[in-house]
Design a protein around this ligand. Structure first.
Ligand code: ZN
Length: 306
């Protein structure tokens, strides 16, 4: 605000989930510079739920989500127009699989890189000797792991174990690179300016990899059919057996749809499965089979919203 006197900044230091839709609906555009996938999914789903539908059941213009994220040399910026192009949830499958675990057999018998030695020290040696979890913020604990990793690296002729790398592997830290952050935040801001002023159409998808390539596309992916957030008509159909327990079905649903804690709500507002506040009073349903739920009248034949 000192540098740009006409800019007004309100800041909050709280979880994004603590604000409700009335807070977010005051904005035309939201730039999400979030540090984890769960928060992005929440933001994406909240912005979609905020969009009103007109009498022809068509979505009105919603709050646009500009999502930026970086990981080391890689970064991407995305523009999500709710119900117009692919939402964050539609493209979850495109996320790179984070390789932060190593096969124990590799660690135990054929370590090849310094990371293997560090993982061996922290995942195996530590637990053999100490009967407590590693305190990742304790220099004493971290030094112990560093020294054991060094010893192991020496045995196998592996170089490159450092204290810093030990911290990175144990805490699973991916270094933030200032230039990548600068590029991605600049991309997010310029897309936002275009959206707010209408001076140009937005570039909906840009991917930057400082190591290999950049890929900028004005055309976003189309919404994915059956997406739990943005597809419209009856989305997913599940067949359940009479003797399948609700809790087993929830496990299946979590796996299939990549959901961490789904709520399952009927049209009349009753919950079949709830999380947090919505779990109160319905926990007993989880142990029931669909046959039992139906007999007891606790199952809605009209379908559920997940
Ligand atoms: Zn979607």
């Amino acid at each position: 605000m000192k540098r740009c006197p006409r800019v007004k900044i309100d800041y909050y230091t709280t979880k994004i989930q603590e604000f409700d839709m009335s807070f977010y609906s005051q904005f035309q555009v939201i730039i999400a510079g979030l540090d984890n996938v769960e928060a992005r999914r929440w933001m994406n789903s909240t912005l979609h739920r905020m969009v009103p539908f007109n009498e022809n059941n068509e979505p009105e213009v919603g709050t646009v989500l500009v999502d930026g994220g970086t990981e080391g040399f890689q970064g991407q910026s995305r523009v999500i127009h709710p119900y117009k192009n692919a939402c964050y949830e539609c493209t979850l499958g495109q996320l790179p699989k984070v390789e932060n675990t190593f096969a124990m057999c590799t660690l135990a018998s054929t370590p090849r890189i310094p990371e293997h030695c560090i993982a061996y020290a922290s995942q195996k040696l530590w637990h053999e000797i100490f009967k407590k979890p590693i305190d990742k913020d304790s220099p004493v604990d971290m030094h112990w792991i560093f020294e054991k990793a060094m010893e192991r690296a020496d045995q196998f002729g592996i170089r490159g174990v450092t204290y810093k790398l030990t911290m990175g592997v144990v805490k699973n830290i991916i270094p933030a690179i200032a230039s990548t952050n600068a590029l991605i935040s600049a991309a997010c801001v310029s897309e936002t300016i275009k959206i707010l002023t209408g001076c140009n159409s937005s570039i909906d998808k840009s991917f930057y990899s400082g190591q290999t390539s950049t890929n900028i596309s004005p055309i976003a992916d189309a919404p994915k059919e059956g997406c739990v957030v943005c597809s419209r008509s009856p989305t997913v159909e599940y067949t359940v057996a009479k003797d399948e327990k609700l809790c087993d079905f929830v496990q299946r649903l979590k796996k299939d749809s990549n959901l961490a804690a789904p709520n399952i709500e009927a049209d009349d507002g009753t919950y079949l499965v709830g999380t947090g506040f919505y779990a109160q009073g319905i926990e007993h349903k989880l142990e029931m089979t669909f046959g039992q739920l139906r007999e007891s009248g606790e199952f809605s034949e009209n379908g559920y919203t997940i």
